[in-house]
Structure formats: structure tokens, C-alpha cells
Design a binder for this molecule. Structure first.
Ligand SMILES: *Cc1c(COP(=O)(O)O)cnc(C)c1O
Length: 303
């Protein structure tokens, strides 16, 4: 899975950017690896390495039925010759959706649990029960955020990215944001767009920074007003924006994470948030595998 990888950066051109004197580039993590897409590649890489170093042959993780994390973990485990178990929230519905059927095809063993039991996913007693059932495994938490994940996401930015004054990323659990924060260079500002409804994410991020003692040369700001109703919720305005973005720049976005971030970023651009001459880097964290399931679920077409 691990090396080599490339994350091409693409420059976007648009009259609005020219008029405002702004530079905007997209770092395409969606293209980072043929099998393991997006930020999940970075979140998994040291975890799988560590699992192997500990002599584990099996990894276990948690996720919802359309989870990018489940999909990426199944891919990464297969590439690394590790067995994978996915504990999926909610009842099994057949036929399996495209995310889960793909994970199963890659050899991930799927195990469905009801939503109430799923909430115990971090309790030691519950984990011990899973070990009795499945044998010894290396545990990766839901969403994949832990210290090794942050070590991985702190490698997303390279020295070529020091030219940017602003870095923009979507936020779910915050593991990606935390790693980006730790790797900012001097005076860089990290802008985060939360996919989830609520201000709680501000505390989650500062807790991650404290827990992993992340120091940064830059600073950050988080926007909590681009959730479009909450996680996995959407509005027509967002779908229209995703199509507009695709038609303008030829880059597909997902409605759960990257679409919301790009919407927020574009609104900030149009409302004069960025000083003239700013160079902005937007991180495309991937997630496009979920678009098929989104269309199946809602009937809404996406690029
Ligand atoms: C998981 C995911 C995120 C959120 O990453 P966190 O580290 O949980 O904040 C953002 N974008 C995409 C496409 C994802 O799959």
C-alpha cells in the first residue's frame, strides 16, 4: 500500500479568481493511490504498518453502511495481506450497497450490529467480547482517527505547499485537520469546514491538539455553518453547486465532505474573505466511492 504515492495539485482558473487576484489550487488526494483513496490512505498507512510490526494478522474497525473508512480499510488490508473485519452500524439489508459489497468482495468480513450496541464501540468490555468472537485483532476506531492516523495526515502537505497562505480541508472526526494543523509552515492558516452539525467539533479539535500535543507554526479557523443539515444530509443548493463545480473545473466532489467544503470556500471567496494576492490550497480528501450509494439512496445524480 505504502510507497510510492503522488498527490497531484491542479490550478483552477475562473474569472472570479482573476478579478479578486486570488490563486486557487486543489490537492488531489482522491488520486493518491489506485486502491485506497483520499485522506484515508494517510490515516491508515502507519496503523497498518504498526499492526504488522505487532505481528497482527487481522484488523477490525467500525463504520456506517456507506463509510469511506470501511471501503478504504478493506482495500488497504487486502493490499497489505491483512484480514479485515468491519463492524457495520445497523441492520443488514440485501442486496448490499456498493460500498459494502465492494468491501466484502475484497475479503472484509462484515458483521452488522444494531445502533444501540454500536454505541458501545469504544467500551473495553465490548471490545473484549469482539476479541472472543473474532480472535486477536488490531483495532482501528470508527473514522480511523488516532495518533498514528494523525502522524499519517501530517504528511499530506509537502514542501511544495509552503507557498500557500491558506489551506482548506473538510472535517469529520478531525484526524485529517489535526495532522494538517501540525504540519503547517509559518503563517499558514488552516480553514476547516465541518460536515457535522454543531459546535462540538471545536472542542474535539482542541482535544485532539492537546491529547497528541500537536504544535504548529500556523493557525486555524473552523466553519460550522456549511453542514447542510448535518452529516450525510444535503440540500438541493449543495447538489447544484457540485454540478457547477464539475462543469467549471472538471473535478468531481462528494456531497458528504468535499462538496460542503468547496461550497463554503467558494462562498468565502465571493464574500471577500481572502486578501488580494492570497494563494489558497484546497485539499480534495476523496470520498467519491460514496457517490454511487448516494445516488442509489436518493435518486439524485452526481458527477
Ligand atoms: C473521512 C473523510 C473526511 C473526514 O476526515 P476526518 O479525519 O475524519 O476529519 C473528509 N473527507 C472525506 C472524503 C472523507 O472520507
Amino acid at each position: 500500500m505504502i510507497l510510492p504515492y503522488t498527490t497531484p495539485t491542479e490550478s483552477l482558473s475562473h474569472p472570479t479568481l482573476t478579478n479578486l487576484g486570488l490563486g486557487l489550487e486543489v490537492k488531489r488526494l482522491d488520486l493518491v493511490h489506485p486502491e485506497v483513496s483520499g485522506n484515508k490512505f494517510f490515516k491508515l498507512k502507519y496503523n497498518l504498518e504498526h499492526a504488522k510490526n505487532e505481528g497482527k494478522s487481522k484488523i477490525l474497525t467500525f463504520g456506517g453502511a456507506f463509510s469511506n473508512h470501511i471501503y478504504a480499510t478493506a482495500e488497504a488490508a487486502k493490499t497489505e495481506n491483512l484480514e479485515a473485519i468491519g463492524i457495520i452500524r445497523g441492520e443488514k439489508t440485501e442486496p448490499l450497497n456498493t460500498t459494502l459489497s465492494h468491501a466484502e468482495r475484497l475479503g472484509m468480513q462484515l458483521h452488522f450490529i444494531d445502533r444501540t450496541t454500536y454505541r458501545k464501540k469504544t467500551e473495553p468490555g465490548f471490545i473484549a467480547g469482539l476479541k472472543e468472537k473474532f480472535g486477536d485483532f488490531y483495532l482501528i476506531p470508527e473514522g480511523g482517527t488516532n495518533g498514528l492516523a494523525i502522524q499519517g495526515t501530517s504528511e499530506i502537505l509537502g514542501s511544495e505547499d509552503q507557498q500557500f497562505s491558506f489551506i482548506c480541508s473538510s472535517i469529520g472526526t478531525g484526524g485529517t485537520f489535526a495532522g494538517l494543523y501540525a504540519s503547517l509552515s509559518e503563517k499558514q492558516i488552516l480553514l476547516g469546514f465541518s460536515s457535522l452539525k454543531g459546535e462540538f467539533i471545536l472542542n474535539e479539535i482542541s482535544d485532539l491538539i492537546d491529547e497528541y500535543q500537536l504544535a504548529s507554526q500556523g493557525s486555524y479557523e473552523i466553519f460550522t455553518n456549511y453542514h447542510f443539515g448535518g452529516y450525510a444530509k444535503h440540500k438541493q443548493e449543495l447538489i447544484d453547486f457540485i454540478w457547477w463545480f464539475y462543469e467549471s473545473f472538471g473535478i468531481a466532489l462528494d456531497p458528504i465532505y468535499t462538496g460542503k467544503m468547496a461550497f463554503g470556500l467558494w462562498e468565502l471567496i465571493c464574500t471577500g474573505y481572502f486578501p488580494k494576492g492570497s494563494k489558497i490550497l484546497m485539499i480534495h480528501t476523496g470520498g467519491l466511492q460514496g457517490n454511487v450509494g448516494f445516488t442509489d439512496r436518493t435518486g439524485i445524480m452526481l458527477p
